[in-house]
Write a protein that binds this ligand. Structure first.
Ligand code: NDP
Length: 293
């Protein structure tokens, strides 16, 4: 079975399985990204707000891989929303990453109380796309009503909507809205990290349905969840700083879940969000300065 690739709604090809670096300290990021590239990941997901774009860029440069072989995704933080501010945010991110062109640039959050700023930021992404400074644009943590408001004004449909999505929180309404508009759903916390790295209740890694399926296939719970995303047509971006787990999370192309197993995973949804409520994101509560390159 080959490594999965997804064609985005503008024809750009993206590896479905990417590597996340949220909460990866800058001093560990280059090592983690190098490990990921060594085992075959060709898609890295970072964000201006993670403070580690520079180290992501360093690891990619050091890998010696041709630039076009690695798909780089990053996110504009809310403090940089606004037309000119978002154009400048691209300049900062590209500078830190050390690249001319970013493959996928997305808005990190909707700002529901300042949707005017969110729209201005998105219009800047459209300009960056038209100017060839990015290959695709998208959003993150957009709920269906945010997508409706955006699409009422936008001329480019986002390629991707990156949202919290693991077996305990599958966001069927978001997935349906994305699908209706031709937007790819990309899962953050795809192996349920948010269910165990914060005290948010039961860890999905201990879920008996998942450990049972994992045993059947001789795979780990994380591998089962990643396979579920891929077979459901989603992109997923698991994070790890541990070389063994980095390799484990990429070793998911040699087995297949049955339809019943996929349904059993779908059925674990509790409807309970573990991450921040998208409508609670405000500049006052979450704004912070993103340094220059
Ligand atoms: P993940 O679901 O990727 O889980 C990461 C956690 O799981 C870490 O604690 C990691 O620890 C551990 N882990 C990794 N692999 C395994 C394994 N095979 N078995 C057991 N434990 C494992 O959660 P994240 O929240 O990090 O989400 C992934 C990525 O999504 C982020 O890195 C970021 O790129 C993106 N993201 C985006 C958000 C947004 O708002 N757009 C919000 C949150 C995340 P260790 O490192 O020690 O292996």
């Amino acid at each position: 079975m080959s490594v999965a690739e997804i064609v985005l709604n503008n024809g750009v090809t993206m590896p479905a399985l990417g590597f996340g670096v949220f909460q990866t300290p800058p001093e560990e990021t280059a090592m983690a990204v190098s490990s990921a590239l060594d085992v075959g990941y060709r898609h890295i997901d970072t964000a201006a707000a993670y403070g580690n774009e520079r180290q992501v860029g360093e690891a990619i440069a050091r890998s010696g891989l041709p630039r076009e072989d690695v798909f780089i995704e990053t996110k504009v933080w809310i403090s940089d929303y606004g037309y000119d501010a978002t154009l400048h945010a691209h300049h900062k991110s590209a500078g830190k990453l050390g690249v001319e062109q970013i493959d996928l640039l997305i808005l990190h959050q909707a700002l529901p109380s300042r949707f005017d700023l969110t729209l201005d930021a998105y219009h800047a992404l459209e300009t960056l796309l038209a100017d060839g400074k990015v290959r695709a644009i998208g959003v993150s943590n957009f709920m269906p009503e945010h997508l409706d408001r955006l699409l009422g004004e936008a001329s480019v449909v986002p390629a991707v909507n990156q949202v919290e999505l693991h077996p305990y929180f599958t966001q069927p309404a978001v997935q349906a809205a994305d699908a209706d508009h031709g937007i790819l759903t990309q899962a953050w916390s795809p192996i349920g990290g948010i269910t165990f790295y914060r005290e948010t209740g039961t860890s999905v890694l201990d879920e008996p349905t998942i450990t049972g399926i994992a045993k059947t296939h001789g795979k780990s719970p994380a591998q089962v969840m990643l396979r579920w995303h891929l077979q459901r047509g989603r992109s997923a971006i698991p994070k790890s700083t541990n070389p063994g787990r980095i390799a484990e999370n990429f070793d998911v192309f040699d087995f297949e879940l049955t339809t019943d197993e996929l349904t059993a995973l779908d059925d674990l949804d509790t409807g309970e969000r573990r991450g921040p409520e998208p409508d609670a994101i405000t500049l006052e509560a979450f704004g912070r300065d993103i340094p220059e390159a």
